[in-house]
Design a protein around this ligand. Structure first.
Ligand code: ATP
Ligand code: MG
Length: 393
C-alpha cells in the first residue's frame, strides 16, 4: 500500500550556509537506520523535507520504528505513490487510498495540497476543492470540516503524485554528526544512559567510559553497562566504550584519605581519567547523569568540587530533572529494566555512612596530597590497561 515516506525536520540548527550540512547528516542517519531492516530504500532531500522511496517490499512497522529513532526528524508519514497524476486517475487513486485506509468512512476531513509541478492544470486550492467534492460524492459518510477535521488528506503533485494521511511522531532533536562528540561517563544506573541519549539528541556523537572495580564489581555489572551502551547506541550510533580498571585507585584513596571524602575524591579521579580519554578521542566535553541534590555527591558543593578538576566543559543534561522525569525517559528509550538490575556499582562499595555533603575544596585538595606518591603511576596504569569495546546496537 505504501511505497514511500515523507519526513519532516524537527529543527534546523545552524541556518544559512550550513543548512546543507544539517540536511546531509539527517539523510545519512536515515539511511543508516534503514540499512538495519529488510528492504532497500532511496533517501533524497527535497524542498525542506526528506523523501524516502522504497525499492522493494518492506515491513511498515519496522520502517517507522527505525526512522523513529533518527534525531532531527519531527514526523514520519507513509505515502502512497500515484504514478499517473492525470486528473481522473488521481482522484480515483486518492479515493482508493481512503477506501483502503479507513474501513469506517464516517469521519470529517480536509484535503491539503502541495504542488511543485507548476504546469499542472489545477492549482493547489482547486485540487483541494475538487478532490474534496469527489470524495464526498464517492463516500456518503464523509463530511468536510475545514477547521478541525478528524483526518487531513494530503495530496502532493510533483513529478508523480503522492497521497498520505498518517503522521507518526519522530524523535525530534538534531541529526547526529552536526555537533561533534562528547565522552559520557556511563555507569550501570538509571541516569547516565538517559544523559547519553539526551546529549545525542542534540546532534552529538558519544563515546563512553565505565569505571570497573573487580573483584568488588562483578563481570555481570560490567555486562550490564555493555547492555546499556548497546541500548542507547540504537539512538546514538556507534559508541566506543572504554572500560577502566579503577580498583587500585579506589583502594588507595580508601587507605589514604578520610572515608567521608572518598566519594568526592573518587569522582575527581574519574573525571580526570575520563577527560584524558576524551581529549585523546577528540571529544569536546564530558557528559554525566548528575542532577542537583539527588545524592550527597550531587549537592552544589559536591558538584563544584568534582568540577574543579575538569578543563573540558562538563555537560549534565539531567541537572534539573526530578528522578521520576529521568525514569520516564529511561522507560521510553528502553534502558530502565536493565538499569534496575541489582548489580553492585563501584561507587556503592566503599561509600562512607556519612559522606560529606558540603565538601570544602581546600580540604579535599589537601587530602588528595596524601595520594602523591603513587597516584600518578596508578592513573597511567589504569589508562594503559583499559579495555576498549566497540558498541553498535
Ligand atoms: P547513575 O544512575 O547514572 O549511575 P547515580 O544517580 O547513581 O547516577 P552517581 O553514582 O553519583 O549517581 O554518579 C553520578 C554520575 O557519575 C553518573 O551519572 C555517571 O555519569 C558517573 N558515574 C558514576 N559511577 C560511574 C562509573 N562506575 N563509571 C562511569 N561513570 C560513573
Ligand atoms: Mg550510579
Amino acid at each position: 500500500m505504501y511505497q514511500a515516506f515523507l519526513l519532516k525536520y524537527a529543527e534546523i540548527g545552524i541556518k544559512g550556509k550550513n543548512r546543507y550540512k544539517f540536511e546531509n547528516a539527517l539523510c545519512e542517519q536515515v539511511r543508516r537506520h534503514l540499512e538495519r531492516i529488510d528492504g532497500s530504500f532511496r533517501v533524497v532531500r527535497e524542498q525542506g523535507r526528506i523523501f524516502v522511496e522504497a525499492e522493494e517490499d518492506f515491513d511498515l512497522e519496522d520502517a517507522v520504528e527505525a526512522m523513529g529513532r533518527v534525531f532531527g526528524v519531527s514526523s514520519i508519514s507513509p505515502v502512497t505513490v500515484i504514478e499517473d497524476k492525470e486528473w481522473d486517475s488521481l482522484t480515483k487513486a486518492v479515493g482508493d487510498f481512503v477506501e483502503e485506509q479507513y474501513r469506517d468512512r464516517t469521519f470529517s476531513f480536509k484535503v491539503k495540497c502541495r504542488r511543485s509541478d507548476k504546469g499542472y492544470p489545477y492549482t493547489s486550492p482547486e485540487v483541494c476543492v475538487e478532490m474534496g467534492s469527489y470524495l464526498l460524492g464517492r463516500f456518503p459518510g464523509l463530511s468536510v470540516d475545514v477547521h478541525s477535521p478528524d483526518v487531513f488528506i494530503w495530496v502532493e503533485v510533483r513529478e508523480k503524485a503522492y497521497v498520505y494521511s498518517k503522521v507518526y511522531r519522530g524523535a525530534g532533536g538534531m541529526p547526529l554528526g552536526t555537533n561533534g562528540k562528547a565522552m559520557l561517563l556511563l555507569s550501570g544506573g538509571i541516569d547516565s544512559p538517559v544523559a547519553g541519549y539526551m546529549i545525542a539528541k542534540r546532534g552529538v556523537f558519544v563515546d563512553a567510559v565505565y569505571f570497573h572495580a573487580p573483584p568488588y564489581t562483578s563481570e555481570r555489572a560490567k555486562q550490564k553497562v555493555v547492555d546499556l551502551a548497546n541500548q542507547i547506541s540504537r539512538y546514538t550510533g556507534p559508541i566506543r566504550l572504554h572500560v577502566v580498571n579503577f580498583t587500585e585507585i579506589q583502594m588507595y584513596i580508601y587507605e589514604q584519605c578520610p572515608h567521608e571524602e572518598l566519594t568526592i575524591i573518587m569522582r575527581r579521579y574519574m573525571m580526570r581519567i575520563a577527560q584524558h580519554i576524551a581529549e585523546e578521542s577528540g571529544c569536546l566535553g564530558l557528559v554525566t547523569g548528575e542532577s542537583i541534590g539527588q545524592v550527597a555527591s550531587q549537592t552544589m558543593q559536591s558538584l563544584a568540587a568534582t568540577n574543579d578538576v575538569c578543563e573540558l566543559p562538563v555537560y549534565r543534561p539531567l541537572i534539573a530533572f526530578d528522578k521520576q522525569e529521568i525514569v520516564d525517559v529511561a522507560e521510553k528509550i528502553g534502558t530502565y529494566e536493565t538499569s534496575i538490575q541489582p548489580y553492585e556499582d563501584c561507587c556503592t562499595i566503599f561509600v562512607a555512612k556519612h559522606p560529606v555533603t558540603k565538601p570544602v575544596l581546600s580540604v579535599i585538595r589537601r587530602s588528595e596530597e596524601k595520594l602523591a606518591e603513587k597516584i600518578g603511576d596508578m592513573v597511567t596504569e589504569a589508562l594503559e590497561t583499559r579495555e576498549i569495546i566497540e558498541i553498535d546496537g
